[in-house]
Design a protein around this ligand. Sequence first.
Ligand code: SAM
Length: 203
Amino acid sequence: MSNGTNGTGLREHVFLFSRFLRSPRTVGALTASSRALAVAMVEGVDLARPGHIVELGPGTGAFTSAIAERLGKDTRFLAVDIDAAFVREVQRRWPAIECVCASAERLDELVLARDMFPVDHIVSGLPFVSLPPLMTRQILASVAASLRPGGTFTTFQYLHGYGLPQAASFRRAMTARMGGEPSSRLVVRNVPPAIVLTWRKRQ
Ligand SMILES: C[S@@+](CC[C@H](N)C(=O)[O-])C[C@H]1O[C@@H](n2cnc3c(N)ncnc32)[C@H](O)[C@@H]1O
């Protein structure tokens, strides 16, 4: 466990767990993601190149930290979380980052309003397996509408839940929206181990 400077320390785990107790379905995890998972989530995404990057569900900022370290000076970054307590936490830790309190269902309007359309890369920590199916459908539609052709959507699924019907059905729905299968890699240094999935929107 790290010392908390990158969003994955004891304080962050306790904070995330306390929010989980209040809203288990939208938080969807008992602990913050590890540094190893955060690094795997941004591997292969060129964040230094000028463009538009979005993070969905930053929570305590495990992925935000890895993104912020790699952002180029002309790259615009927007983080979106539905829970105001997480938004305040991200704003406190990274005052220069724009983090809005909204549902990812509205991503298309959020990026249009900020002149960030189309988006190049989306990194998501959303717990799709536990979100209401209607919300997931709306988020997938909004993600697909916001990304440029060739843009990427990266998320993860826990290894132990990978074979569950909801997890498989999410992957099928995303593959249909993006027009192709995802690349995948296993990250064992996370509790629990996770599979990182990246879809590239068909040109
Ligand atoms: C499992 S936590 C992930 C936190 C962090 N990315 C990590 O991996 O440690 C899920 C996050 O998604 C957010 N979330 C859930 N539903 C959302 C929605 N519809 N729109 C935006 N954020 C949402 C929760 O508030 C929470 O911050």
